[in-house]
Design a protein around this ligand. Structure first.
Ligand code: ATP
Length: 398
């Protein structure tokens, strides 16, 4: 654990995850709002359409979630929810996190957990592998099982602290050699803390893409990362880079579309602010470079600012939030060149025109009109905004 190179110091000793770094579906998750983690049907998924058509195409679909987070619905199925039953806290020099583990927790009903993990847990306890356990505050801590008797295990923490915990609450951790694997399917133990640790480990090194079998998990870096541009496009086209990337997904679908003459789809899904719009644009850039030549590709890319002007607005979660869904069809000729495109929009949030919550704004177009209008006209626009109860400050000023 402690001898890894290229790993931030914070990860060398303890695989500790912050309280708000949870799976989609975990009851107290929040941080996910700024990421695109959502194993299952989120992230970027590639699907084959059963249609067989000589005019093959690629569809990029952005799913509208209206800012309602999957995470906010809670997840009663999570085997981890409130699963740490602290039997006894051995005396140790505590810190804030661990002290909170001393508070007695409601015992875990067997029907709730259903012993779903008991086989793995007993194996882990027997082998004394390192295991995760969740503190009452939601943080995951990594410990090494020192001994097990009955339903109780004694685990040691990196700082030499020792805890006696319910064995059922321990979640096996993967060996260090698997830290940061490209594909989550390579993990021996595919459980919540292991997946989160792996994603965080990669994210800390600006590796925002991770595969989960055929699904690409993308974490919004919320900063510029040097993962895009012509050099990367060339590298993925020539297959000289293999690390998970959106370009790799786009490359695969073009190849499969050509080979099988079957339409392909990329579904981009995630909660508001997770990066769906950016992801769709990045995928389209790759498709445009590979299928470019006719000039149509530039026209397709140039539709984005126009669509965003009329359909995007600042929300509390995202300064450039799409308030509509989008289905982009890109048509390719038999020579793999882009021959046309069709962009359908749907479910535009009309209320945004006349109603803005505190700290939010109406559609960008109103502010752009204001910014470009002559002074006299601008005054009238501002009056209208006030009438509509919208924030009147122009883009970038609030
Ligand atoms: N790959 C990325 N690299 C850098 N920044 C990114 C990336 N993806 C997203 N972001 C940042 O996150 C912000 C929000 O992303 P985006 O608008 O794509 O989210 P969204 O999921 O489409 O949100 P909404 O559902 O509200 O429309 C972007 O404006 C950008 O600043």
């Amino acid at each position: 654990m402690s001898q890894k190179t290229g790993v931030p110091p914070s990860h060398r000793f303890t695989k500790s995850l912050p309280v708000d770094f949870r799976f989609m579906g975990s009851p107290t998750s929040d941080r996910i709002g700024y990421t695109d983690i959502n194993l299952g049907n989120n992230g970027v998924t590639k699907l084959n359409s059963p249609e067989k058509n000589s005019d093959s195409g690629v569809k990029v679909v952005e799913r509208v979630e209206n800012g309602v987070a999957d995470t906010e619905q809670g997840n009663d199925d999570s085997p981890y929810s409130g699963n740490v039953k602290l039997v006894e806290n051995m005396p140790f020099v505590g810190n804030g996190d661990l002290d909170s583990a001393t508070a007695p927790l409601p015992s875990v009903s067997e029907s709730n957990i259903g012993h779903r993990w008991s086989d793995i847990n007993s194996y882990a306890a027997k082998k004394k592998v390192q295991s995760w356990f969740q503190l009452p505050n939601g943080n995951w801590k990594l410990g090494r099982i020192m001994s097990t008797s009955g339903t109780e295990s004694v685990i040691s923490l990196p700082a030499g602290k020792v805890l006696k915990v319910n064995s059922d609450s321990l979640i096996p951790a993967n060996p260090d050699i698997l830290d940061g694997v490209d594909d989550l399917m390579q993990l021996i133990y595919l459980n919540e803390p292991s997946v989160l640790f792996n994603l965080q480990y990669r994210y800390n090194q600006d590796m925002i893409y991770t595969k989960e079998g055929p699904v690409l998990v993308a974490i919004n870096p919320s900063k510029k990362v040097s993962l895009y541009g012509n050099d990367y496009i060339e590298a993925y086209k020539n297959k000289s880079i293999e690390s998970p990337h959106l370009y790799a997904i786009a490359d695969t679908i073009i190849r499969e579309m050509t080979r099988d003459e079957v339409n392909q789809s990329i579904i981009v899904s995630g909660k508001s602010g997770s990066g769906k719009t950016e992801t769709a644009k990045i995928a389209m850039q790759y498709l445009a470079v590979l299928g470019g030549g006719s000039g149509i590709e530039y026209e397709i890319l140039k539709t984005n600012p126009i669509l965003e002007a009329f359909g995007n607005a600042k929300t509390l979660r995202n300064d450039n939030s799409s308030r509509f869904g989008k289905l982009i069809e890109i048509h390719f000729s038999e020579t793999r060149k882009i021959s046309g495109a069709k962009i359908q929009t749907f479910l535009l949030e009309k209320s945004t025109v006349v109603q803005c919550a505190e700290g939010e704004r109406s559609y960008h177009i109103f502010y752009q009109l204001c910014a470009g209008a002559p002074r006299a006209l601008r005054g009238k626009f501002v009056d209208i905004f006030i009438f509509l109860q919208c924030n009147v400050l122009p883009p970038g000023n609030n």
